[in-house]
Design a protein around this ligand. Structure first.
Ligand code: PLP
Length: 431
């Protein structure tokens, strides 16, 4: 496959943009590639500037659940743009989208719009701290909640430690209130709660982790978290930036039947435009400025373009509930197809699938937390990625991401993908 034009653009971009990219995962450095530069996309396909076509399993990291270039969204965008682009004032779609989210999500009384997932989690944590008048938060190793300071942590040595920053520029002081526990390990949470019974403001979790590959929480683990948060009066925050309106219309909360105190959204709710949102119980959300004393603001928050597109998409998803069944069917079809190939080839790897999210882990270790995820082979993934890439199949260029399915992906396309996965696994086997 020829990537000449992408190469030239990348060389130029590196002059003006750090690493040539505006978000690190786009660099494709993990898989020893240069970034592809997109020209356009349609349905399940994405086309780069060199004219190569790819079946796209990144889907803008989740938002393009209907596939690219969907007429509903394209026409809606044109329509709203003609009225004006930005006012920094209230528009009717803000109420509409907030109502859609509150109606969809268990226990959600009020919601505030922001401009990214990072802002949503950062703000939710501030509100939880202000509401409980406590300082510490618990997060889980392997979960990603955006790049705000207090969340850029990993656990230190030992199971029960304060986090250490994962990036230069984050002072230790900024993460000293962040405690890191093990995913799917309730005992690790209980221990921390018992140690700081009066100072855990919030527990934040991806109820189905999508940022260490797809790792679902055990239902008993989530129920246990709910009970511990009730017992210690801590705020349970579900980070549904990936899972919200994707795993189910009501997100992971609906999928598991568990109601958090707060939840964060992003990705899908903007239909591809930059949006985030956080919300929860009225008692908590009433503390947010100007209703209450906790400050949080945004000049372009709730901007008319993103609100209109989000409204169109959620309205569509609400009235087409069969779409979730079909997405889960496709996910399951791919999972069982890959598992059959693994068995035929005698490869003991793990496939995790949850609705329209799927990850193939290159390890023989059963996975329930980041400890096991770390045993995956990067070399095997790189070979796998390259083989598929050359065949016109675009996966996220990292072993720790999900494959995202959309309504536009067909069974025929998935059969093609399975054919090529067979080829890729043969190469992996020869490594
Ligand atoms: C993508 C993501 C975020 C961060 O969202 P941005 O819009 O990239 O800031 C937060 N939480 C989860 C679970 C995510 O997947």
């Amino acid at each position: 496959m020829n990537h000449q034009k992408s190469e030239a653009l990348f060389a130029k971009a590196c002059r003006y943009i750090p690493g040539g990219v505006n978000s690190p995962v786009r660099a494709f450095a993990n898989v020893k590639e240069i970034p592809l530069f997109v020209d356009h996309a349609d349905g399940a396909y994405l086309y780069d500037v060199d004219g190569n076509a790819y079946l796209d399993f990144i889907c803008s990291w989740g938002p393009m659940i209907l596939g690219h270039n969907h007429p509903l969204l394209v026409n809606g965008m044109e329509e709203v743009m003609r009225k004006g682009i930005s006012y920094g004032l209230c528009t009717p779609d803000e109420e509409h989208l907030a109502k859609l989210i509150c109606d969809a999500y268990r226990g959600m009384d009020m919601v505030r719009m922001v401009n990214s997932g990072t802002e949503a989690t950062m703000s939710a944590i501030r509100i939880a701290r202000g509401y409980t008048k406590r300082n510490k938060i618990i997060k889980f190793e392997g979960c990603y909640h955006g790049h705000s300071d207090c969340l850029l942590v990993k656990s230190g040595s030992g199971a029960l430690t304060f986090g250490t920053p994962t990036s230069p520029g984050v002072p230790e002081d900024m993460v000293k209130h962040t405690l890191v526990c093990r995913y799917n390990d309730l005992a690790s949470v209980k221990e921390v709660m018992e140690q700081y019974p009066d100072d855990i403001a919030a527990v934040i979790i991806e109820p189905v982790a999508g940022n260490m590959g797809v790792v679902g929480a055990n239902a008993s683990f989530l129920k246990g978290l709910r009970a511990l948060c009730d017992e210690y009066h801590s705020v349970l925050i579900f980070d549904e930036v990936i899972t919200g309106f994707r795993l189910a219309y009501g997100g992971a909360a609906q999928y598991y039947g568990i109601t958090p105190d707060m939840a964060c959204f992003g990705k899908i709710i903007g239909a591809g435009l930059p949006v985030g949102a956080y919300g929860g119980k009225k008692e908590i959300m009433s503390c947010v400025s100007p209703c209450g004393p906790i400050y949080q603001a945004g000049t372009l928050s709730g901007n008319p373009l993103a609100m209109h597109l989000g409204t169109l998409l959620l309205d569509y998803l609400k009235t087409h509930p069969h779409l979730y069944t079909e997405l889960a069917d496709k996910g399951h079809y791919l999972k069982t197809g890959i598992e059959k190939l693994l068995q035929e080839k005698g490869l003991p790897f793990q496939v995790h699938q949850c609705g329209s999210l799927l990850t193939l882990f290159f390890t023989d270790t059963a996975i329930s937390s980041y400890d096991e995820v770390k045993t995956c082979s990067q070399d095997m993934f790189t070979t796998y990625f390259h083989t598929l890439y050359e065949e016109g199949i675009l996966l996220a260029p990292s072993p720790y991401e999900a494959m995202f399915l959309s309504d536009a992906h067909t069974k025929e396309q998935l059969d093609y993908v399975l054919d090529k996965i067979a080829l890729a696994l043969d190469k992996v086997k020869r490594l």
